[in-house]
Design a protein around this ligand. Structure first.
Ligand SMILES: C[S@@+](CC[C@H](N)C(=O)[O-])C[C@H]1O[C@@H](n2cnc3c(N)ncnc32)[C@H](O)[C@@H]1O
Length: 224
């Protein structure tokens, strides 16, 4: 059965949802956007998990500065009310997605084409959001550790993951150095999403510390 599902995954006929298989090369993302491969994100069934994220955005910080990592066409930004946020920065590897996001001319938003595995923010944020974007990297925990120092004091990370095949692996080790503040399971006819909000246990200043040192510090803090 798992073999059949894996084959369906390869053929992009996931039950209820179509999207690139996990660990797809990021440079093929433009192809996906070009072929309408991510249009399903605008469907009614996808609304539920975005709504939970919106609820968290409103609950945790008043008028936050938001970084949306792997923002795509800015679907989440579309759904935000102007007064929900102070400013919003979306980053994505797909130039097509970012162009579409920019065309929407959403207030107080900025969009950048970049690879989130290597990009370094030049400021800090109240909320850093990974909405359906961690499937495509080999080491999602490293990505989270990389962005954690760019959270403001009291800031939170929000992660949303659709359940399919081995995508539960993304959560492995995710809590290292973090305290989980909220965890939800969203389920509808299309499928199931896990959504978590976490905050850093020990804050680290990004400017003076390299990526390897950040990982090292986080291991120390989890040992303590
Ligand atoms: C399923 S889409 C979700 C888009 C958006 N977060 C949403 O919910 O509408 C996954 C997104 O992650 C982006 N992505 C994947 N790997 C990336 C990387 N290494 N750097 C930047 N973006 C990446 C893809 O281009 C795509 O837009």
């Amino acid at each position: 059965m798992k073999k059949l599902l894996l084959r369906m995954d390869r053929l992009r006929i996931l039950p209820g949802r179509k999207e690139p298989p996990a660990n797809e090369q990021p440079d093929s993302m433009d192809e996906y956007y070009g072929n309408g491969g991510f249009d399903f994100l605008y469907s009614l069934e996808e609304l539920s998990h975005y709504m939970v994220i919106l609820g968290y955005i409103r609950y945790f910080v008043r008028q936050p500065a938001i970084l949306d990592v792997g923002c795509g066409e800015g679907r989440l930004a579309d759904l935000l009310d102007r007064q929900d946020y102070k400013d919003y920065h979306g980053i994505d590897i797909s130039p097509i997605a970012i162009q579409r996001a920019q065309k929407k001319k959403l207030p107080k938003t900025r969009f950048t084409v970049t690879d989130f595995q290597t990009w370094d923010p030049d400021r800090s944020y109240d909320l850093i959001i990974f909405c359906e974007s961690l499937y495509y990297v080999q080491q999602p925990q490293e990505v989270i550790q990389h962005y954690a120092p760019f959270l403001k004091k009291g800031g939170h990370i929000i992660i949303s993951i659709y359940r399919f095949l081995d995508q539960g692996r993304i959560w492995d080790g995710m809590d290292q150095g973090f305290k989980i503040c909220a965890a939800d399971i969203v389920q509808n006819l299309r499928g199931t999403w896990d959504i978590r909000v976490s905050k850093v246990k020990v804050r680290i200043r990004p400017a003076i510390i390299s990526r390897n040192q950040i990982l090292f510090c986080s291991i120390i803090s989890s040992i303590r």
